[in-house]
Design a protein around this ligand. Structure first.
Ligand SMILES: [Zn+2]
Ligand SMILES: [Zn+2]
Length: 290
C-alpha cells in the first residue's frame, strides 16, 4: 500500500487530502483544500493562495487515477462543491447526509449531492459500512464527534486494509479525546495512521480536560496498536509551538520507536506552517517595502 498525503496544514494549506494506492484500487480521501478565511484578523497571504492552487492541481491529478473518492464530512476543506466533475465515473463513498449530521452540514451535503448529479458511477452512504474492492477493504466508523463535543457535528473515520497493512485516516476528530473516536482506531490496529490532532488553543477550555484526554488517548494508540508511522496534522499544527503543548506524546513515541510526525515530516520535508505564520508573512512584506 502506498499512502501519500497530498495537502495538509503542515504543507501550508488546510486539508487532510490523502491518496492511497493498493494492488486492487486507488482511493482518494477528502479531495479538497482550503485556507483560513481569517487568522490573526488577516485574510490569506498570497503565498498561501499560491500553495492552495498547487495543492488543488495535485489533488486533481491523483483523483484522475482514483477509483474511489471518499468524503468524511461536509466541511469545505474535505469536499469541494465547486468541482463535481472530478467525481465522474468514480465510486463515491460519502458520509450519510440523513443521519447523525448537524443542520449546517446537512444543507451543504444536499447541495453537494445535487451538484454531483450523474457524474459518479455510484453514490453510497458510508457510515459504519465495509466495502470490498478485490482484496482491499475500506471500513468506516459509525459517526463520531467532530472534536471533543458535538458542537461541530459528526465525521466518519476510515480504515483501508490490504494484504500488507491497515491505514487509518481519522478525519476531523481533533485529537481523539472521545471514546468512540479512539475505539475505532484501536479496533482497526493500523500500521499507519493520519490523525487530526488537537487544536490546543481551543482545547484549553474546560480546564484543559479535552487536551489531557487527547494526550492520554494518543499514548494509548502508540502503546496498544502496531502503529509505526503516526502522522499527526491538520488542527494540531495551526500554531508553531505545537510540539510544546503535549511534549509527552513525542517522548512516548520515541520510547516505542514510532515515527510520530507531521505529513511534511513523513514526506521528508520541513513543516511549512503558512497559516500559523500568516502574521509574519505580512510583516515581511511590510519590511521589504520600507
Ligand atoms: Zn471539519
Ligand atoms: Zn478539516
Amino acid at each position: 500500500m502506498k499512502i501519500i498525503p497530498i495537502s495538509a496544514d503542515s504543507l501550508g494549506t488546510r486539508s487532510m487530502a490523502t491518496f492511497v494506492e493498493t494492488k486492487d484500487c486507488n482511493i482518494f480521501i477528502d479531495p479538497s483544500v482550503r485556507l483560513a478565511p481569517k487568522r490573526f484578523g488577516l485574510p490569506p497571504h498570497k503565498i498561501e493562495k499560491e500553495r492552495k492552487r498547487e495543492h488543488w492541481k495535485e489533488i486533481k491529478e491523483c483523483v484522475r487515477k482514483s477509483d474511489v473518492l471518499i468524503v468524511t464530512h461536509y466541511h469545505f476543506d474535505h469536499h469541494n462543491p465547486d468541482a463535481p466533475s472530478i467525481y465522474r465515473r468514480k465510486t463515491a463513498l460519502l458520509k450519510d447526509y440523513q443521519n447523525k449530521i448537524n443542520r449546517n452540514q446537512q444543507m451543504r451535503a444536499k447541495r453537494f449531492i445535487r451538484k454531483l448529479g450523474d457524474y459518479p458511477k455510484e453514490i453510497l452512504p458510508a457510515d459504519g459500512k465495509t466495502f470490498e474492492f478485490g482484496r482491499t477493504l475500506i471500513e468506516f466508523s459509525k459517526p463520531v464527534p467532530h472534536g471533543p463535543t458535538l458542537r461541530m457535528g459528526w465525521v466518519v473515520e476510515v480504515a483501508v486494509t490490504d494484504e500488507e497493512q491497515t491505514f487509518v485516516h481519522t478525519s476531523d476528530i481533533q485529537g481523539a479525546s472521545v471514546k468512540s473516536q479512539l475505539e475505532f482506531i484501536l479496533k482497526s490496529n493500523p500500521r499507519t495512521i493520519l490523525m487530526d490532532g488537537p487544536f490546543s488553543v481551543l482545547m484549553m477550555a474546560d480546564q484543559g480536560r479535552p487536551l489531557k484526554s487527547s494526550e492520554r488517548n494518543i499514548i494509548k494508540i502508540i502503546r496498544k496498536t502496531d502503529v509505526k508511522d503516526f502522522l499527526i496534522d491538520h488542527h494540531f499544527v495551526r500554531e508553531e509551538e505545537y510540539r510544546d503543548r503535549i511534549p509527552k506524546i513525542f517522548e512516548v513515541a520515541k520510547e516505542e520507536v514510532v515515527n510520530l510526525q507531521t505529513c511534511a515530516g513523513y514526506l521528508g520535508r520541513k513543516d511549512d506552517l503558512l497559516e500559523a505564520k500568516r502574521k509574519k508573512l505580512y510583516k515581511a512584506d511590510e519590511e521589504r517595502k520600507r
